[in-house]
Design a binder for this molecule. Sequence first.
Ligand code: PAF
Length: 284
Amino acid sequence: MIVEQLPEAVRSHVREAKRQGRIVGCVPTMGALHDGHCSLIEQARRDCDFVVGTIFVNPTQFGPGEDFSRYPRTLEADLDRCRAAGADLVFTPAASVMYQDDADTVVVPGQLATVLEGAIRPGHFSGVTTVVTKLFGITEPDVAFFGQKDFQQQLIIRRMVRDLNLAVRIVTCPIIRESDGLAMSSRNRYLTETERAVAGDIHQALREAIRLADCGECSAAEVALQMRRRLERSGQLQVQYAVVANPETLEEYQTEERGIEAVALIAVQLGSTRLIDNALLRFG
Ligand code: PAF
């Protein structure tokens, strides 16, 4: 596995792979890799001929007071995981390589970035779309892989790719969960033992939403209310949102809905850790 720090070096490997007719896949990450990330690399390995992982803790997507400085940095272990999962090349740039001091251009997503995570973390998605555009510019992938865990992120990236005519296909991969259902996340390692014991309630709330929709409940508001009640039961999870929304527009469904697809989305604060999760539903 090749490891490169500079965009020009990455580009020359990728161009050589393309010259040989190989399909290039890219898996952008911020490191602190877990099985969820590895599943993205493994999917890229199955779908593509040349797999590029990127590891970069992107400062521009963290707001003031967020966890940029404490975000786990575990490069050596991450490279081992990339190798085991089948990456051909890993790009590990320094911040000074990604952002020149006089950088003057950003990518600003629109409406989709104003709700949910975007409302709570102003500027976050502009940081994401800017760095993802730069990573696409450097790795020139045919296909890029993102997790469903960051549902709003993958939706915004899909819309950006469509709106800016970027020549990359986006693949969204399923959420990988711990045995109690907690969605894998680099931030799970912040949880204390007591917090970890109740974190599985987030998945229980999503399962309750799925169960209600499957059993014929067609009030999206009722499903959202039952999710919130389940989350609040332990008294430890501070609910930021628990909503049932249109999976394309993220508009909250308010009324009785039948025969439609939906996404249930949750964000909670648990001690000093913010956790998000989601599940797709169908109102029968
Ligand atoms: O999902 C992430 O880890 C990050 O938001 C991404 C897409 C790598 C951009 O920094």
